[in-house]
Design a protein around this ligand. Structure first.
Ligand SMILES: [Zn+2]
Length: 113
């Protein structure tokens, strides 16, 4: 029996070469990630680079609470399906993360330079 690949957004069958069944599903999945990422960004950067204040304000706990809320939304709105991409795929797309030198990103990822 052939393996059926499921769309990351709606879980319907999708082409093997894509993570999604349609442009609409890709946009919906990525827009949610953008919104959630933007919510997390300032708190994470404070945690990483303003540690004393972040610790005083309990930022790590707030980030964890935010993630728990996202997961609850997924359970309610997505039948519990994960709303994030496979970790291995994310890392494989960014080999510079394993490099010794710090990578300075200029422009948008994937955009022509
Ligand atoms: Zn879909």
């Amino acid at each position: 029996m052939a393996r059926v690949h499921a769309c990351l957004e709606c879980a319907n069958p999708r082409p093997e070469r894509s993570e999604f069944c349609s442009t609409r599903c890709r946009q919906k999945f990525n827009n949610r990630r953008k919104l959630r990422g933007a919510e997390l960004y300032d708190l994470y950067m404070a945690l990483r680079f303003e540690r004393d204040e972040a610790k005083r304000l309990g930022v790590f706990q707030l980030i964890n609470r935010m993630a728990s809320n996202f997961r609850q939304e997924d359970k309610a709105e997505r039948d519990g399906r994960r709303s994030w991409r496979k970790t291995q795929a994310v890392i494989e797309e960014r080999p510079y993360l394993r490099a010794v030198v710090t990578h300075v990103r200029i422009g948008r990822p994937g955009a022509a330079r």
